[in-house]
Design a protein around this ligand. Structure first.
Ligand code: HEC
Ligand code: HEC
Length: 253
């Protein structure tokens, strides 16, 4: 009711007052209008307005991976989440939220959001999972595992994934994981995260592959991701830095 009244007042001051509507009753204070979003420090509002559309209303069952998942939070850690939220993930629909990168959240808001995600959805008990595989391919290689190998990955795929996603990855009881437009939209890390943490909200098991003889090894995880990544259509693209250098050297128009 008050909101409606304010809207009407605002509309009429725009109509009547035009530019010189200073001091008109109900005139929105410009400073307040632009300050307000950055003053929000409440987790429910921040998560609900910035994340839930993709990561699901309660942090689950959205198109993008669940964040209300203690295993995932343990795998990724809060420093990394802060960085991901600030910088986004290039080449995917995960946006950069840091103001310095054109996003809509202040550093303080990102901190509030990430801290609350961990206190609300994390589980200190999950720290007992000793055998969590390395989060990234870089971490994995730093631990001495070799780079993911697509040929070995095909074998791991057959052993761990084919009965749900189809022998060739084109879908079975679960959807296709080799669909070209799917692979074009996601990063290798997204594939890796899915293999390690699963999609508990959708029935995809984590790397321990419940009901199987054994869990996947870190090497098998890297390999299966390399196999999936190898199915991604190779879009010819011009590297911007290369192009600029070429132009300087005169090797490119
Ligand atoms: C018990 C069945 C099952 C097994 C085994 C399984 N998945 Fe899944 N997977 C699912 C389901 C269910 C989903 C949810 C989406 C769907 O229905 O396709 C899913 C989703 C995915 C996704 C998309 C995740 C997302 O967030 O959209 C990827 C990638 C994936 N699986 C890869 C794999 C790989 C690689 C393996 C083997 C290491 C594997 N899956 C093993 C059932 C399974
Ligand atoms: C427009 C959709 C969209 C919005 C909005 C969005 N995300 Fe994402 N997010 C994604 C997608 C898609 C990915 C997976 C990107 C990839 O790596 O392929 C992702 C990835 C992530 C990851 C990394 C997952 C991993 O693999 O470790 C985190 C953490 C994350 N999002 C948190 C957030 C938070 C917190 C918010 C709100 C501030 C948010 N996202 C808003 C779509 C979105």
């Amino acid at each position: 009711m008050r909101r409606a009244l304010l809207l009407i007042l605002w509309g009429s001051t725009m109509l009547v007052g035009g530019i010189s509507c200073d001091g008109a009753p109900g005139k929105p204070d410009e400073a307040e209008r632009y300050q307000r979003p950055s003053a929000i420090m409440d987790f429910e509002t921040l998560y609900g307005t910035r994340c839930s559309g993709c990561h699901g209303a309660e942090g689950r069952a959205g198109p993008a991976r669940p964040l209300a998942d203690p295993l995932y939070l343990e795998l990724v850690n809060s420093k990394r989440v802060t960085l991901i939220v600030a910088e986004g993930i290039a080449g995917t629909t995960m946006p950069a939220f840091a103001k310095s990168l054109g996003g809509s959240l202040t550093e303080e808001q990102i901190d509030v959001l990430v801290e609350a995600m961990f206190s609300k959805w994390g589980d200190p008990k999950s720290k007992s999972i000793q055998s969590l595989p390395p989060y990234s391919e870089v971490d994995s290689q730093a631990l001495g595992y070799s780079a993911g190998n697509p040929a070995r990955g095909a074998t791991a795929y057959g052993q761990f994934c084919g009965d749900c996603h189809g022998a060739d990855g084109k879908g079975g009881v679960a959807g296709s994981v080799t669909d070209r437009s799917f692979l074009k939209l996601v990063s290798d890390q997204m594939l890796r995260t899915s293999v390690i943490a699963g999609r508990p909200d959708l029935g995809m098991p984590d790397w321990r592959m419940r009901s199987r003889e054994r869990a996947m090894t870190p090497q098998e995880i890297s390999d299966v991701v390399a196999w999936l990544a190898a199915q991604r259509p190779q879009v010819p693209r011009v590297d911007v830095a290369d192009a600029a250098e070429g132009a300087i050297r005169g090797t490119r128009p």
